[in-house]
Write a protein of this length. Sequence first.
Lengths: 276, 524, 315
Amino acid sequence: MTELFIRLMRKPQGFVGIVLLALIAAACLFGPALAPYAPEKIDFLGRFRAPGWQNWLGADQFGRDILSRLMVGARSTVPLAFIATFVGSAAGATIGVGSAYLGGRTDEAIMRTIDAVMAIPGLLMALLLVSTLGNGAGNAVIAIAVAFAPGMARVTRSAALNVRNQDYVKAAIARGEGAPWIIFREMLPNVMAPIVIESTIRVSFAVMLFATLSFLGVGAQPPASEWGLMVADARQYMHQAPWGLIAPSAAIALTAIAFNLVGDGLRDALNPKDER
Amino acid sequence: MTPVLSIQNYTLDYISSAGPVRVLHDISLEIGPGEVLGLVGESGSGKSSLAWALMRHLPENAREVAGSLRLGDIDLQRLSPGELTRIRGRRLGMVFQDPSTSLNPTLTIGRQITEALIQHRGLKQRDASSLAINLLGHVDLNNPAAIMRRYPPEISGGEKQRVIIATAFGCRPDVILFDEPTTALDVITGARILALFARLRRETGVAALYISHDLALVTRVADRVAVLERGRLVEQAPAADIFRAPRHANTRALVDAVPRPERRLVHDKPGDQVVLAASDIEVRYGSGGLFRDAPPPATKKIGLEVRGGEILGLVGESGSGKSSMARALTGLARFSGKITFDAHEIHRMRDMNAAYRRDVQIIFQHPDASLNPRHRIDEILSRPLKLYGGHLADIPRLLEQVRLPASYANRWPHQLSGGEKQRIAIARAFAARPKLVICDEITAPLDVSVQAQIIELLLALREETGTAFLFITHDLNLIRQIAHRIAVMRRGEMVDLLPVEDFDADHVHPYTRELMAASPVPVG
Amino acid sequence: MSLAWFARRLMLMVYTVIVVSMLVFAITQILPADAAQSLLGENATPEVLAALRTRLGLGDPAWLQYGRWARHIFTGDFGISMRTSLPVGPEMLAALSRSLLLAVSAILVTLAIAVPLGVVAALRQGRLTDTGVSLIAYLGVSLPEFVTATLLALLLADTWHWLPATGYVSPLEDFGDGIRHLALPVLTVSLILVAHVMRMMRSETLDVLKSDYIRAARLKGLPERTVVFRHALRNALLPVVTIIALDVGYLLGGIIVIEEIFAIPGIGRALMVAITTRDLPSIQAGALIMAATYAVTNTLADMAYAFLDPRIRYD
């Protein structure tokens, strides 16, 4: 693992990505402790205060410090996106590998159905599910997980199919190895790399999707300082206090970029040809 | 007389993350007008790098350290990009290894020939088209006018290579570089391409640099042969002499490694008891879909028997069904028919029990793909021991058996060479002392010297264990050295099954005769 | 490309639409423990709930409900809106036409910008142009639509006052004003699409440039210009058709947000309104129409691609 980390850091993308991720993780873990103000602390005198020494990133329409809200809001945005991606990936990967192993017509039928499900755009799927389950962050997580599963199934299945056609899997079958051994010890280790890479990149989509759902009012609910929610709030006042808009937007963008970079970096680092 | 191509003291490095790696050391070669020089070397010899250097298509990390490359009196290294474009194709042609990737799949054949003719011979479109049709007819293509309108994916590999050769010759260059032009083709198709090349050469007097890893093949087409070993020129001699009287030690080793049917390596007789008998084996891949017909079977009711300790050769070109037989016998492909092994009858994959799986082993063609890249060697070798009853302590012995050091147990596959990986695959197959080992073209991707070592290893193992072999290959000369009986397959049917003594031009099927003619024994 | 191939492709499209309809129906009507309750909220009285249940036929088994709904959809009857009491179908389709106007304009703008930029970036791989293009693409892919939209609105409408921030005017009624109102949404969507398409074109073109047949063409002595234009670009541009299909996919996802922010009365907005007001028939119709649009576009793209690429013709 440490070897992987070192290889990841050696490339510029991996390095920048990891640094950004570390910052975000710090915000998630220590945000509330490090934030200069309490995120709900209202200060009518400081309404729409421009960025300065009192509020480093400015204050919103209630005088709440934007920097503090951002730091605490990391907790509302990032870990939930992570969980949604993890659950969606696990579900998708199981379907994908299983379908590849079964092969033949079953595999084709499953994949055509997955394709059909993917005709519903991710955001729409998430919205439909949230409208049924009810608004809220928890349901948004479930909705995103379900929206991601088909895409992950596709990616996993094509990677698994690739592996299944390799001679070492055939050698295992010819030896008379049992199916569990073949799936878990022969196929899965070679499929893990594409799964991990794809999942990491998807976390960035999850962050964006989660923020979008909150923006539309169906994800995290006020007074949570979720970043998407902050943008939605700040829109009305964008004329007086544009910083209220820019700060959370930048936070979302940086998080998405961080996961994208790490995903790309992993793609290079996990290439077995370079392991020497 | 000025040589057409002159390479003087040429030295080339590639810069890698570990520093510069010297690929060519002080190479000096000359090709006279109308002469064919064969350049032979195994993998890593640097022969392809020399071709790319001449075409000025070296990779970014290449550094030309010393020496000169001249085409006639033109210094190739001093050419501007514009001048280079004028030289390529017109004075210096090239024919590549893989015809299916050398043609643009979305342009017609006609377009791809005429554009070269227009560029280099200054013709108008209409004249170029008629010349192209002429050229295509001249390389023995049927209905050239129709082929002009086709796209590359619609014609066969052999036909594509003829098109490329026609284009190269049609531009009337001084010299043509041939980079292993028949390696990607079937034996018979390849032989026909070589005959075509010989004829065109006689007619046009074009000089050629013919690069190959196959020494025997090169001596058939070249006037002189140069041998490269790890970037150094070890020997240069007329083609006739190099086989008969190789001077350098490396050349001698190369010559010795070339399979020759008269050099028999197996001298005993097989036992009488039949180990495995297969009858009416039909292998089908894929079934029909809603709108598609089912594809034809890969093997059409084939039968064969292997006796104890026997080496049965199975020869055929691609698409003959020989690999499908191997897959059927090891439960990797669905088949119909009957297999009798050890008094046990098998009609389906499911009937193959643990004893069968232990006693019938398979070794695959590509060592890179048959070892799981995420398993260490000791784990790979432990599997047959665990499945068939053995001790993990046997692993060092298994490694020793295939002449590899015990320390290799801790390595990963990517740390081993192709030949070493294949040895691990062999060790894995022999771990449980099988009765029959199926070798599916296991030496095809290897250098000829490595192939000789692997064959020697297999024969030594056979001495120790008395295992029978079903040895699948397309190399007729190789199998005639080691097999007791040889079966020949063509398009799913078995056309011949003969003892090796009877394998001569009088007794064999016409197709087999053609195969034998396509891989003649080198003189020497 | 045989008739059989066409037939297969069409059947796949039909299958897709059927699966989507089942999924949409299941999520919106079957999944909720009590759809009537979730539609009317907690304060609804038992009588009103019972009346709604009867009206929507919620007591029947799932397959029966679906069958009824599907039959109506097939005949073009999308039901009556619970919010406006007007037929859903005509309203949704009108909304779709407005969205399509936005979508088509955005796609055209995107192709005009992204395809050349992507190709140029590949041709100049590793140099400044390439780095610049790749960076912008990266950024575009890492910003959610609502961020891009809001920031653009902030800049172009709020700060510089070039364009109106929200609203829609039909170009049929007033062309100039219609364009002005469409400009920001089209620009926003285009920016996002350009980022995606540029990356794809760049990687496609790079793949082509590295291929053996391009190398063979160069070594055949063809001038670089011929190699690039006659050989490379031809193959690199083939996937544009597929890219358009994928664009539509991205679009449909983002259009909900874009129309919401810019107050464009397209199908995205209609869906959002339907979802927030729990107008079940409208939700079902809107979702189905969106997904069906994607399925149809994809199928058309596949057919166009097969027509253009000689390799696929010999399936």
